[in-house]
Design a protein around this ligand. Structure first.
Ligand code: E4P
Length: 217
């Protein structure tokens, strides 16, 4: 399973990159607004830090403007992935960019049928939003399982990018459900390494080692 960082904060991306934990980055207009920085500048900076795919989302929901925005964003770097909303206009733009060999991420997916449309439009990634489904008492992980089954039935290449992931349990469940990628806030990625028994075991080993009075170096 690949891990993408779901953030537009450069320091978080640099930090995860240094730990070797990063396969790509996703952003959205809310994350860009939170960063307080110029959108195109941030995307360009992220693309210099990360070799993997970097999703940059169009701002318009009207087809013609969406196309122009996507074309502009694709010029920023070769690893930019054009993120498009799961609407008929977004799917039409996805079909166009895919035919040009430009990578796409169809976002705001909340049903298996929407995911099926994204795959038929040639999307590189489709992003089902697990956490936002759970927020309204629907089963976000069931959505991932159903999309996996459909894509396997028809051998679609579109990768399932589990989005709106909020906890380590979401990561485990998405991995078990066969998601290709999970996009995660930096704190969730780092949190995956944590376990109280690891902390306790390490404390004990450190104390026992100190009692030997030895040094490895
Ligand atoms: C990723 O592409 C999405 O924009 C993101 O995961 C949404 O997460 P949220 O529901 O926590 O805002």
């Amino acid at each position: 399973m690949k891990f993408f960082a779901d953030t537009a904060v450069i320091d978080e991306i640099r930090d995860l990159h240094e730990f070797g934990l990063l396969d790509g980055v996703t952003t959205n207009p809310s994350l860009i607004a939170k960063s307080g920085r110029d959108f195109k500048e941030v995307i360009a900076e992220i693309c210099t830090l990360v070799d993997g795919p970097v999703s940059a989302e169009v701002a318009s929901s009207a087809h013609d403007t969406m196309m122009a925005e996507g074309e502009r964003l694709a010029q920023i770097a070769d690893n930019v992935v054009i993120k498009l909303p799961l609407t008929l206009d977004g799917l039409k733009a996805c079909r166009h960019f895919s035919a040009q060999g430009i990578a796409t991420n169809v976002t705001l997916c909340f049903s298996p049928n929407q995911a099926l449309l994204a795959a038929k439009a040639g999307a590189t990634y489709v992003s089902p939003f697990v956490g936002r489904m759970d927020d309204i008492h629907l089963d976000g992980m069931e959505l991932i399982r159903e999309i996996r089954q459909i894509f396997d039935n028809y051998a679609f290449d579109t990768q399932i990018l589990a989005a709106s992931i909020r906890s380590p349990n979401h990561v485990k469940d998405a991995a078990l459900a066969g998601a290709d990628v999970a996009t995660l806030p930096a704190a969730v990625i780092k949190g995956l390494a944590r376990h109280p028994l690891t902390d306790r075991g390490l404390e004990q080993f450190t104390a026992d080692w100190a009692a030997t009075g030895q040094s490895i170096l």
